[in-house]
Design a protein around this ligand. Structure first.
Ligand code: PMP
Length: 444
């Protein structure tokens, strides 16, 4: 028999040794309140906490679990790799195969550098852009989150948004001064920034389709416009697909958006650099950056831009990522799209029935709910609008869902993640929980 403890006891003990009781801020129930669930195990669409209670999971490790938790073939690949050695500090053929698989999905990626976290991928992309252009400034958008890189924490989404922080203490003024933060979906603001300081801008970094201020897709022509403006001024465009990459479709958001553009007779757009994470590691620490050889070969050992890692391309982690990508076929993407479609409609209907003004926004299989009249009437196109929503309603909604055995992201600023393992039974359990949660949100 396994011993169980309750989540409160676990949290009290955790707070005695881990700041805030967690290893990453969004895991704390900072904005929803209560004790975070300490997870003991997970399988398919379900997670089980230390008290032995099972929940249908809509966090999915914040993205990586596209196939569901502990997919048997992924676990077998990991066990097999582990038995052959945990880390060699030398190249392996698994890294080559993972690089080739990424390139097969996103042909503009001629070369891939494997790293361990999305933060490392964006940090390296920024350094590479500065090294290639000889310029210092970076443009980012308010509400976009690119990891905890000094230069990219200003007005960031995700946990920075959840905790309502403007940025982070400990970031030097010099570093902050090298970042220009612009409103999302506002090409005019980008044009003006380049008109004023274009010759100093090394790169524009953007989430391919933002999902760290809630889901706020790019308006028509926004990503293409960024490509046009950066190209005109000799700056690089970095498309951050850490969250969207290989989750919203086989070629990430770039693949989805370009197939739509091309079906309309447009040329499509291609950034200079891509960053990947989450699904690319299948639940293990693998992330990547990629782009054309002419840029990527400026990285050491071929070029002068230094980047390295003892555990980069770790063989056990790469086995998880490679097996996940190989299993992520058309049927997997069709299933996550279908689950997202059913859940996003059902939550909307339940909130309507309870009289809660809201807007459900969706980008591929990613979606989230914004609360309040403002969001309901005009939709949410940028961070200011996302922040203006009635976030307090989410707290009640979240806890009602949790009570009904559904594990939602503990912040209104995060996307809801589904997996191909969410079968009809799991979907039904979620849908059945919506009406009571909607009434709780109405009463909040
Ligand atoms: N970029 C985006 C778009 C992300 O969503 C995240 C993580 N949520 C990161 C970068 C950072 O990745 P990591 O947490 O692996 O450092």
């Amino acid at each position: 028999m396994t011993s169980t403890t309750d989540n409160h006891t676990a949290f009290v003990r955790a707070q005695g040794v881990l700041p805030g009781g967690v290893s990453s801020p969004v895991r704390a129930y900072g904005s929803v309140g209560g004790d975070p669930r300490f997870i003991a195990s997970a399988r398919g669409a379900y997670v089980t906490d230390v008290a032995g209670r099972e929940y249908v999971d809509l966090v999915c490790s914040w993205g990586p679990a596209l196939l569901g938790h502990a997919h048997p073939e992924v676990v077998a690949a990991v066990q097999d790799a582990a038995a052959r050695g945990l880390s060699f500090g030398a190249p392996t053929l698994g890294e080559v195969a993972l690089g080739e698989e990424i390139r097969r999905r996103v042909p503009a990626v001629e070369r891939v550098r494997l790293v361990s976290t999305g933060t490392e991928a964006t940090m390296t992309a920024i350094r590479l852009a500065r090294g290639v252009t000889g310029r210092d400034l970076v443009v980012k958008f308010a509400g976009c989150y690119h990891g905890h890189v000094d230069a990219l924490l200003a007005e960031a989404g995700s946990g920075v948004a959840t905790l309502a922080l403007p940025g982070s203490a400990g970031v030097t003024e010099a570093s902050a001064a090298e970042t220009l933060v612009l409103p999302y979906n506002d090409l005019g603001a980008v044009e003006r920034a380049f008109a004023e300081r274009g010759s100093e801008i090394a790169a524009v970094i953007t989430e391919a389709s933002p999902a760290n201020m809630g889901v706020v897709p790019p308006t028509e022509g926004f990503n293409e416009g960024l490509r046009r403006i950066t190209a005109r001024h000799g700056a690089l465009l970095v498309l951050d697909e850490v969250l969207t990459g290989f989750r919203v479709g086989p070629g990430g958001w770039w693949g989805l958006e370009n197939s739509v553009l091309r079906s309309q007779g447009a040329e499509g757009f291609t950034p200079d650099l891509f960053t990947f994470g989450k699904v690319v590691g299948g639940g293990m620490p693998v992330a990547a950056l990629g782009g054309p050889a002419a840029i990527m070969d400026r990285l050491a050992p071929l070029g002068p831009v230094y980047q390295a890692g003892t555990l980069s391309g770790n063989p056990v982690a790469v086995a998880a990522g490679l097996t996940t990508l190989r299993l992520a076929d058309a049927a997997v993407y069709a299933r996550v799209d279908e689950v997202a479609s059913v859940l996003s409609s059902a939550v909307g209907e339940a909130l309507d029935a309870a009289g809660v003004a809201h807007r459900v926004q969706r980008a591929g299989s990613l979606f989230s709910v914004f609360f309040g009249e403002l969001a309901a009437s005009a939709g949410v196109r940028d961070y200011a609008q996302a922040q203006a929503q009635e976030s307090f309603r989410y707290r009640a909604f979240f806890h009602a869902m949790l009570d009904a055995g559904v594990n939602l992201p503990p912040s209104v600023f995060e996307a809801w993640f589904v997996s191909a393992a969410h079968d009809d039974g799991a979907v039904e359990q979620i849908v059945e929980a919506f009406p009571a949660a909607a009434r709780a949100a109405a009463a909040a």
